[in-house]
Design a protein around this ligand. Structure first.
Ligand SMILES: NC(=O)c1ccc[n+]([C@@H]2O[C@H](COP(=O)([O-])OP(=O)(O)OC[C@H]3O[C@@H](n4cnc5c(N)ncnc54)[C@H](O)[C@@H]3O)[C@@H](O)[C@H]2O)c1
Ligand SMILES: [Zn+2]
Length: 368
């Protein structure tokens, strides 16, 4: 097993507890880690083709060395491929190799791979164990933890899915070396969000060490990612099914963020970029409600800019964005539940926000 130094968190859920490991080179330890998690049998490594060949081969070798006879499948993993056709393709492959209940599916790639392969694992033979090996920063600090798995339908994103907790989450920071810069920034948006809503010290760290953070060579960068991961793990452990008041806080910036993605056409802004702009709109709302002062709004803007994130949106109208927030799935059946800052590292939800106030805040993030 890896040293405890690399252990970011133990997530505690109704489907069992699991370790989240974050470190450089930890993929080499996947075999012993899986054994320690109680897994045996064969492994079915299903990887984003973006990780082929080097990272896929290394993972394959590590699995075999750890005693897991392994079959490998690589797939084009993007939002368009995150659908039932791809799921069927994977089922067929698993069936060809006679994958059994005692075998383990390993998902390697960004959030698309994690969600899609996780969904396959949740449904193949009514559920087989899955190990998450996220390779994008967004998937590391967010998607790989918490057991939400899903695929898209033509009518909407993530409409078919399940809660299927992994047995292990193994995050090798070295995988980020090949991640495109823009995707990296998008991941930072979610990581910084964790600081903004729940951890003033984490926010400080992001502010004071922006250059060092983005090199990823430094120990500080790894420790900071680990801390951000820990926050997601704590939130999931406290509120596994998003029934309480905790997990919803992770939606900070997402109401307007989702609206930006929908209105500008999916793909124009990366999810993390849209969330960054959404957080600026939310900060504008909180300031107008007197929950925070202008200083915190400015502080949030500068930290996002330091990580190459956009803070304003182009080519959309306030009307269109506000219309889109109303059809966001989180708001169905009632008023929008806004996640708003109360201070650095502190957030709360509010339902009673007047539309005119929202419009003002939204207009402020639209470029002339
Ligand atoms: N389950 C959850 O709780 C949860 C939470 C947030 C997001 N999501 C889902 O996650 C998805 C977004 O995840 P994402 O941002 O990782 O997108 P993604 O999986 O599309 O990855 C982004 C891009 O980077 C590539 N890539 C990934 N890792 C790489 C690496 N190390 N080197 C080079 N290229 C690499 C991918 O091929 C892709 O082109 C969405 O489908 C979203 O619905 C799920
Ligand atoms: Zn998000």
């Amino acid at each position: 097993m890896t040293t405890d130094e690399n252990l970011a968190a133990v997530v505690s859920t109704s489907q069992g507890d699991y370790r989240v490991i974050v470190g450089r080179g930890v993929i080499d330890e996947i075999g012993p880690e899986m054994s320690a998690a109680g897994l045996s049998g064969r492994a079915f490594l299903i990887a984003d083709v973006a990780m082929f060949p080097t990272a896929v081969h290394r993972a394959h070798e590590a699995l075999e060395r750890g005693g897991f006879a392994t079959n490998v499948m690589t797939l084009e993993m993007n939002e368009r491929a995150k659908n039932m056709d791809t799921v069927l393709q994977v089922y067929e492959w698993l069936s060809t190799h006679r994958a059994e209940r005692a075998d383990t599916v390993v998902a390697m790639g960004g959030g698309v791979a994690g969600d899609l392969v996780g969904f396959v694992a949740a449904t193949w033979l009514r559920g087989v164990p899955v190990v998450q090996v996220p390779t994008s920063l967004a998937a590391m600090v967010d998607a790989s933890i918490g057991g939400k798995v899903a695929v898209n339908l033509p009518v909407g994103k993530n409409l078919v899915g399940a809660f299927h907790q992994p047995k292990l989450v193994l995050q090798d920071v070295a995988h980020l070396d090949t991640l495109p810069q823009r995707e990296m920034a998008g991941g930072f948006a979610e990581a910084i969000k964790h600081g903004l809503i729940l951890d003033p010290d984490l926010l400080d760290t992001f502010e004071k060490n922006a250059d060092e953070m983005q090199s990823l060579e430094s120990d500080l960068a790894v420790r900071t990612i680990r801390r951000s991961v820990q926050i997601k793990a704590e939130v999931v452990s406290a509120d596994e099914f998003e029934r309480g008041d905790t997990r919803v806080l992770l939606n900070y910036g997402h109401t307007i963020g989702h609206a930006i993605e929908a209105v500008s056409g999916y793909g124009e802004y990366l999810h993390g970029e849209a969330v960054a702009i959404g957080m600026m709109a939310a900060a504008g709302i909180a300031r107008r409600l007197g929950m925070i002062d202008q200083e915190l709004v400015d502080r949030q803007r500068s930290v996002l800019l330091r990580y190459s994130l956009p803070v304003t949106v182009n080519g959309v109208t306030a009307d269109a964005l506000i219309e889109a927030t109303k059809s966001d799935k989180k708001s169905r059946g009632g008023a929008i539940r806004w996640v708003l800052l109360e201070g650095p590292g502190r957030a709360a939800t509010r339902r009673d926000v007047p539309e005119e106030l929202v419009r003002d805040a939204v207009e402020e993030v639209i470029e002339e």
